[in-house]
Design a protein around this ligand. Structure first.
Ligand code: RIB
Length: 293
């Protein structure tokens, strides 16, 4: 089993059930409210650990971050590298509509505290062949990609959320990209799924790609190998962290040395369970629950 280092965000999610997403000039009343643990980084570490992987999380929380550390500890994630900094943790304002779709506003807070010296310090404890996982909700992501690659780590990028800075990252350095169709379209300039996969293959020939397509399943490409996995049919109540659950479970399979087709199936099953539950980290299933489902 390979070790996984996830340098990623930790957010307090403020979740509002709404009849419809708020539009400009509108004020609407939410139908429900909950505070949950989240952040793409935290969710992916929780998913990795619940899937059975050995994962260390690196990142930063603010003065209100104890609940974020607690959920990681409870899930079996190593939290020894996480900084505590003055000020607020990162947070997200999440609207969830009756179909379980969401829209998310994030504030970086402590997630912006990661500098290059910190990345160097953390990476110095890891070795060639270890897995380095990154998303785009923290600072120093491009630097971490470069240094991780230099060290001979297996670099995995979940290019989410997409922004102008991300388009300048050395994306071709990644050994594996895990992204959804919106992110795939932004990186490839294509709209159609197969064209996205093909174009990403041309742009980043040394990078394997997993393209998640929501209810339409997912696609995988590595060199000449192309795989497709159908989605499991479920009634979604909240799709928040479905992609993070997929990423964590897929990578746990990679860390175990599983076949890519098995990794896709297990990750799809896990994310299909996550969407039937509310919240980000709280919705992520244990591996034992996949067998029961
Ligand atoms: O992917 C879902 C996550 O995105 C939420 O938990 C929120 O914190 C944002 O980071």
């Amino acid at each position: 089993m390979k070790r996984v280092l996830n340098i990623g965000s930790l957010n307090i999610d403020r979740c509002y059930d709404v009849a419809d997403f708020v539009h400009a000039k509108e004020t609407v009343s939410a139908l429900g409210y909950a505070t949950n643990t989240g952040g793409k980084g935290l969710n992916q570490s929780v998913a990795l650990a619940r899937a059975g992987a050995q994962v260390s999380h690196a990142g930063a929380v603010g003065e209100d971050g104890e609940m974020l550390l607690q959920v990681l500890r409870d899930s079996g994630v190593d939290t020894g590298y996480i900084l505590r900094v003055p000020g607020p943790s990162g947070h997200a304002i999440i609207q969830i509509d009756p179909r379980g779709q969401n829209c998310i506003l994030i504030y970086a807070g402590a997630n912006a505290a990661l500098d290059e010296a910190y990345v160097d310090r953390v990476l110095s404890d890891f070795a060639p062949g270890d897995i380095l996982l990154l998303q785009n909700e923290t600072t120093s992501v491009a630097y971490a990609m470069e240094q991780g690659k230099k060290k001979g780590m297996y670099v995995v990028l979940n290019p989410s959320p997409i922004d102008a800075a991300l388009l300048e990252y050395p994306i071709g350095l990644a050994d594996l990209l895990i992204l959804n169709e919106v992110e795939g379209a932004a990186l490839s300039g294509e709209a159609e799924f197969e064209a996205i996969l093909r174009r990403l293959g041309e742009k980043y020939p040394d990078t394997a790609v997993v393209l998640t397509l929501g209810e339409q399943g997912c696609l995988y490409r590595s060199g000449d190998t192309v795989l497709r996995q159908a989605a499991f049919r479920v009634q979604a109540v909240d799709t928040t962290a479905a992609g993070d659950t997929f990423t964590g479970y897929f990578l746990a399979g990679v860390a175990r040395g599983d076949d890519p087709a098995d990794c896709l199936r297990t990750a799809s099953r896990a994310s299909s369970i996550a969407v039937t539950r509310k919240g980000a980290a709280p919705s992520i299933p244990l591996r034992s629950e996949l067998a029961e489902a």
